[in-house]
Design a protein around this ligand. Structure first.
Ligand SMILES: O=C(CO)[C@@H](O)[C@H](O)CF
Length: 536
């Protein structure tokens, strides 16, 4: 069989909650290779569920760092066995689940810089981590540390104005503070602290990669205006923290060339560049080539809504991050923890575990669901902070159950109405040119996207892969290669496939949802008040 033609390309990686994924993108920006390793399925020995361990307290959530390392070994060996030509890779970049943190033990840098090509990564890095079970974004055990940090800088709004967010339990500064307070020995034996993104970049670099401005904005530690660490926040979290973090760098930075380990073991070119890795959501924004006025909706483990902002408007809700593709601009993020895992639960309970039945329920129920409204938060929700399931009839009477098909529509309409209400809370408004760009697993379900179009009153487009974080990372790798030329990201990616129109608003939708959205907002406030001040 003829040798496959050489194909210059960039790789885009995603170290996400449930798997490690990679795509190869050629110079015409076509994706020609995809692969993934699923933690629960392919690394059974770590015993994760959804890629994580939820601890007995129900609040602490971690993932084993060596599982992530071993997943990279497996995927590289799969690519090698498939005959992938690594010598054609011009550059690579990647993404990691945001906020998670990795703790490199003193001396680990010597191992990282002298990896032996005859051995796998996980065989060499076993003893390189002072914390082996890394805190990840689903953790909500650091409320005390959040209050301490806010108090240290003058309150929640002051912290939001400084770092783009008030203190959130999953944000890395608070997680580091907890480790310093509860595991001081481990903290003192830590020579470097990475995010999941910069940890993954370090594996390819063969040395510690710096944290980028965009993912660094998810730590409650970086001043988003002048993009340097806040001395007040560092001091409030842990001592000697700045030296353990290293300086943060612009997200489009080339942080070095690939480690010789990959040249000798896999045949990468020694000239292959590593472009700073970033968070999965900033990478998704890049992958969807978000433009001003658009909304991006990533329907994944967590549902995330992000907006492009010229000027940050930090608030007590949502997050402002430095843009991953434009050093002058920002992105706003709203994270909804009860995403695909919640949809899967309701599918199992009310649609016989079948997406086909789930879709039929959406098709057979009317827009507005006869006035029935639902809030479905099986884990403590982030936006807003509510837990539990709350159902209301058209008369705003709370009930304990809905018929199956009503339940399914109440879940999906509720999830999207929450997104619209909270996006508008950040000052966002749907514009005539607005496109909703959808990605993530649920973006394959056209009936779910129809509800999204109806609730927002705007057309919904999908990109041709759910791997938006991977594809965005490959695009950013190409952009990194153009660093120094001043070429904007939009110019680098103009050849990329255009998003495909998937759903347009049903006639009459805006009238129905205008009224329903007001009721939803009032009921959400009612639940919040009840849960904060339960009746005597
Ligand atoms: O916490 C989040 C963003 O703030 C999540 O979207 C994680 O990035 C998912 F990995």
């Amino acid at each position: 069989m003829a040798e496959p033609a050489a194909r210059r390309c960039c790789l885009g990686w995603d170290f996400s909650t449930q798997q490690v994924k990679v795509v190869a993108v050629d110079a015409e920006l076509n994706v020609f290779y995809e692969d993934s390793v699923h933690f629960d399925r392919d690394l059974l020995e770590f015993g994760t569920q959804g890629g994580v361990h939820v601890h007995e307290d129900g609040l602490t959530v971690t993932s084993p760092v060596l599982m992530w390392v071993q997943a990279l070994d497996i995927i590289l060996e799969k690519m090698k066995a498939s005959g992938f030509d690594f010598s054609q890779v011009l550059a690579l970049s990647g993404a990691g689940q945001q906020h998670g943190s990795v703790y490199w033990k003193a001396g680990a840098s010597r191992v990282l810089t002298s990896l032996l090509p005859d051995l796998l990564l996980h065989e060499q890095l076993q003893a390189c981590f002072s914390i082996t079970d890394c805190p990840v974004w689903m953790d909500s055990s650091t409320t005390a540390q959040c209050r301490q940090l806010e108090a240290a800088v003058g309150g929640a709004q002051a912290l939001s104005g400084l770092t783009g967010s008030r203190a959130y339990e999953r944000f890395t500064g608070n997680q580091i503070a907890k480790i310093y307070q509860q595991k001081p020995e481990a903290y003192s034996h830590t020579e470097r602290i990475s995010l999941v993104s910069s940890f993954a970049a370090s594996l390819f670099l063969g040395s510690y990669s710096p944290i980028d401005h965009s993912d660094g904005s998810g730590m409650n530690l970086l001043r988003i205006q002048d993009k340097v660490w806040s001395q007040a926040c560092l001091a409030a979290c842990a001592p000697h923290l700045e030296e353990k973090l290293g300086p943060a760098v612009p997200s489009c930075s080339v942080v070095g060339s690939i480690s010789s380990y990959y040249v000798r073991r896999y045949g990468f070119s020694s000239g292959c560049k590593v472009v700073a890795f970033t968070g999965d959501n900033p990478a998704s924004l890049a992958g969807m080539r978000l433009e001003e006025g658009d909304i991006a909706v990533s329907l994944g483990t967590s549902d995330t809504l992000f907006l492009w902002l010229q000027e940050p408007t930090p608030a007590l809700e949502g997050h402002i991050f430095c843009s991953p593709v434009d050093p002058q601009h920002y992105m706003a993020l709203l994270c909804f923890k009860n995403g695909s895992l919640m949809r899967e639960k309701i599918r199992d309970e009310s649609a016989s575990r079948s997406w086909g039945e789930f879709s039929k329920a959406l098709q057979s129920t009317e827009m507005g669901n006869g006035g029935n409204l639902g809030f479905y938060f099986d884990v403590m929700e982030i936006t807003p902070e509510i837990i539990g399931r709350h159902r209301f009839t058209a008369e705003n009477r709370e009930v304990s159950a809905f018929p199956g098909d009503v339940e399914i529509r109440a879940l999906i309409e509720g999830q999207f109405m929450a997104k619209k209400i909270h996006a508008e809370g950040l000052g966002y408004r749907v514009m005539p040119k607005t496109k909703i760009l959808a990605t993530g697993g649920a973006s394959h379900n056209r009936d779910i996207l129809q509800v999204l179009a109806d609730v927002f009153g705007a057309p919904v487009y999908v990109i041709d892969t759910t791997n938006s974080a991977c594809v965005g990372s490959a695009y950013r790798a190409f952009h990194g290669l153009a660093a120094g030329t001043g070429m904007p990201f939009s110019e680098v990616v103009k050849l990329a496939p255009n998003p495909r129109l998937a759903a347009t608003p049903t006639l009459g939708a805006s009238q129905i949802y205008e009224a329903l959205l007001q009721r939803y907002a009032k009921l959400e406030q009612r639940i919040l008040t009840q849960t904060r001040e339960p009746p005597e």
